[in-house]
Design a binder for this molecule. Structure first.
Ligand code: HEM
Length: 405
């Protein structure tokens, strides 16, 4: 016998108060043994298997385009502008897009950029190394991803500032005061569109070895991406690929600063970088959850979720489950890879398209930083970004380390 979800007596969870660890304790206590809870906007699941089941079921559609609506935004031109992204496309249209663009985001394509990533990181450490002090966010994580995305797309160094500005403005889409920033976001999206259209024209005339050329050339059975789709992909790469990476780097280093033995080990054994990245993303992921809407009535575990039901999936809780990860509350980069992947890149059809690139960026950054910032410690008060719908990580992180490396 199935039951309508609205008729169930479920634990209620409010995400907003307390710091991360305090909240997790409260959260676990209030959810108890229930696999389902009532959350801020709808329902929520937190167990690994339920999360995988929801994310792999194509009847659950991405909620990303509906977040502005949930925040009370009604301006139609803004809402329409956000709805065409790969992040919120579903069904055959999404399958077609993913099939066309996937080769351009392969591990091999990401590996090509590894020397460039090391160069960017060395250039960022050079000015702070002599003093042995930095604000890790301002000096390292904030500037790190933009040159890499530019190199990936094939944009010249002279345009880094332009990209930095438009990315910053577009990323205000995740801010709590988005309703006041609609024009700022849309103007930046328009500027980026105009820039991308010009770049597309140039690459069509003169192909190069970059992502844009690869996307222009992407073809399957005579099918190709249109100009509008190319522009959308560049926008998606900026929205999904900059703030995520910088915050994940901030989370990883704040964690490693609490484990100085592991920081020292990473400097000695850079081959641990792969495990260090997966373990940091498992233990302290910058993307803590995502959300879906039921596109039709869905029955799961004898519960009926009517069309339109909102469900959040709690990736960070699943990453700490003891039936999937041995000793889940211990952070250790020397443990062998667990049988189950960490879920901070999501799962199912919307699984992070940039995962290979993000992994490469973090794998190159962490050992290099461990070598050039020995004895790294937090040197003051760390402030954190608001813990809302968006991406989580440090806003300011003063650090000190042994100078001159
Ligand atoms: C550590 C860094 C990153 C994390 C934690 C991360 C996390 C995620 C997650 C959880 C999703 C799925 C969202 C959902 O299912 O609702 C996603 C999707 C996506 N990510 Fe990432 N991401 C990262 C870096 C990147 C980078 C560097 C790029 C691009 C170059 C990128 C591009 C994308 C795109 C385009 C999607 C949408 C895929 C689709 O809907 O089919 N991400 N990412």
């Amino acid at each position: 016998m199935s039951t309508l979800v609205h008729d169930l007596d479920l634990p209620e969870v409010n995400f907003s108060d307390g710091d991360f660890d305090e909240r997790r304790v409260k959260y676990r206590a209030s959810v108890g043994d229930s696999w389902l809870y009532r959350g801020m906007f709808g329902y929520g699941v937190m167990h690994y298997e339920d999360i995988i089941a929801v994310l792999r079921d194509k009847r659950w559609h991405s909620a990303s385009a509906r977040i502005p609506e949930l925040m009370g935004i009604t301006r139609q031109d803004f809402l329409e502008r956000q709805s065409g992204s790969i992040l919120s496309t579903e069904g055959d249209e999404h399958t077609r897009l993913r099939r066309l663009v996937a080769p351009a985001f392969s591990p091999r394509a990401a590996d090509r950029l590894r020397p460039f990533m090391r160069q960017v990181m060395n250039d960022l450490v050079d000015p702070v190394a002599p003093a042995g002090r930095a604000d890790f966010v301002r000096d390292i994580t904030e500037p790190y991803p933009i040159p890499i995305i530019c190199e990936l797309l094939g944009a010249p160094k002279s345009d880094w500032q332009f990209f930095s500005r438009v990315a910053g403005d577009i990323l205000e889409i995740f801010s709590d005061d988005l309703p006041d920033k609609l024009d700022l976001v849309m103007n930046a999206q328009n500027d980026l569109d105009a820039y991308t259209r010009q770049m597309i024209a140039e690459r069509r005339a003169k192909p190069d070895e970059d992502l844009l050329t690869a996307l222009i050339a992407a073809e399957e059975a005579g099918d190709k991406l249109s100009n509008d789709e190319l522009v959308m992909m560049v926008n998606a790469v900026i929205v999904a690929g900059t703030d995520t990476t910088r915050n994940q780097l901030g989370c990883a280093v704040s964690l490693l600063a609490e484990h100085p033995d592991q920081w020292a080990l990473l400097a000695e054994r850079p081959e641990l970088a792969g495990r260090a990245v997966e373990e940091s993303m498992r233990y302290f992921g910058a993307v803590r959850g995502t959300a879906r809407f039921a596109s039709c009535d869905i029955e799961y575990r004898d519960v009926v979720f009517p069309a339109g039901t909102f469900i959040s999936v709690d990736l960070c809780e699943a990453n700490r489950q003891d039936d999937h990860f041995p000793q889940p509350d211990r952070f250790d980069i020397t443990t062998p890879a667990p049988a189950h992947p960490q879920l901070t890149f999501g799962a199912g059809i919307h699984y992070c398209l940039g995962a290979a690139l993000a992994r490469a960026e973090l794998q190159e950054a962490l050992p290099l930083l461990a070598q050039r910032m020995p004895n790294l410690r937090i040197d003051g008060h760390v402030t954190w970004k608001p813990d809302g719908v968006g991406i989580f990580g440090p806003a300011h992180m003063p650090i000190a380390f042994d100078a001159g490396h």
